[in-house]
Write a protein that binds this ligand. Structure first.
Ligand code: FE2
Length: 272
């Protein structure tokens, strides 16, 4: 589904959609681009709050800057990951880097929302910013895996997660096959970034989401063309989800509280 975020940022939303509301513990996956922007054309998502979950930004092309109410600021470039645990609440902005926005260029990236269990919803916010060079890469003859979270082909992620999460960027040559071990208590899905292939007998291509069944202890894919896939999984929380815009809690009263806390400035503000 195509949708607009912030100041008119066009994103391809893998979910939630009418067909797929959520995939516990995952709440949302957006793909920004891939698209070429003219100088001055690209906008961002100005100051907004989050509470109760994590936002994971993974950039493939372009450059983004973020600032937040806790005085944190940083810049993301190709291959970099920001794993932000909003916990009790932050106000942040996600904007294209000024020089990149002015010059124009290609933007391509992803944002995944990972729900937090009840016990962690009000934790201190936490950032894990990992440059591309620090993301472990595993490979064999025909497959390369960037291990953002979890473990694959013997490589272990450097990012720490609150509940067990797997986040792999798998690049397959044409004709390659890949099998990934996955505990049977995980919900697992694949998002096809590029190319076309078979997933347990079903075909999928660019922009499509594949939701795997819960039986068995591995998932597999075979590339009909060169193929790029995000393979993402986690243990479902099985807790009630109360969701309102940038707040994701367990009960409607907690959403009301989040709105009040934000309006009263208790999540802070970005200082210029
Ligand atoms: Fe955000």
């Amino acid at each position: 589904m195509e949708t607009l975020e912030g100041e008119g940022v066009l994103v391809h939303r893998a979910f939630p959609t009418g067909a797929l509301r959520e995939l516990d513990p995952f709440l949302l996956l957006d793909e920004m681009g891939p698209r070429d922007f003219a100088p001055g054309e690209l906008h961002g998502i100005p100051d907004h709050p989050h509470r109760g979950f994590e936002t994971v930004t993974y950039l493939l092309e372009g450059s983004f800057e973020h600032r937040d109410s806790r005085g944190h600021a940083g810049r993301l470039g190709p291959g970099d990951v920001q794993w932000m645990t909003a916990g009790a609440g932050v106000v942040h902005s996600e904007m294209p880097a000024k020089d990149f926005a002015q010059a124009g260029g290609k933007l391509h990236g992803f944002q995944l929302w990972v729900n937090l269990p009840r016990r962690d919803k009000m934790m201190q916010p936490r950032y894990q910013e990992v440059p591309s060079s620090m993301i472990p890469v595993a490979q064999n003859d025909s497959v390369e895996v960037r291990v953002i979270a979890g473990e694959s082909l013997g490589a272990k992620a450097v990012i720490d997660t609150r509940t067990p999460i797997m986040y792999l960027h798998v690049t397959l040559k044409q004709g390659a096959k890949f099998e990934q071990a996955v505990p049977s208590d995980h919900n697992v899905f694949a998002y096809v970034v590029e190319g076309q292939g078979a997933f347990g007998g079903k075909e999928a291509g660019r922009g499509q989401v594949v939701v795997f069944g819960r039986d068995g202890d591995s998932v597999s894919m075979a590339a009909n063309t060169a193929m790029d896939v995000l393979l993402i999984g986690g243990v479902p929380l099985n807790e009630p989800v109360a969701r309102y815009g940038p707040f994701v809690m367990n009960a409607p009263e907690e959403i009301q509280q989040a709105i009040e806390d934000y309006r009263a400035g208790r999540m802070g503000a970005i200082k210029n």
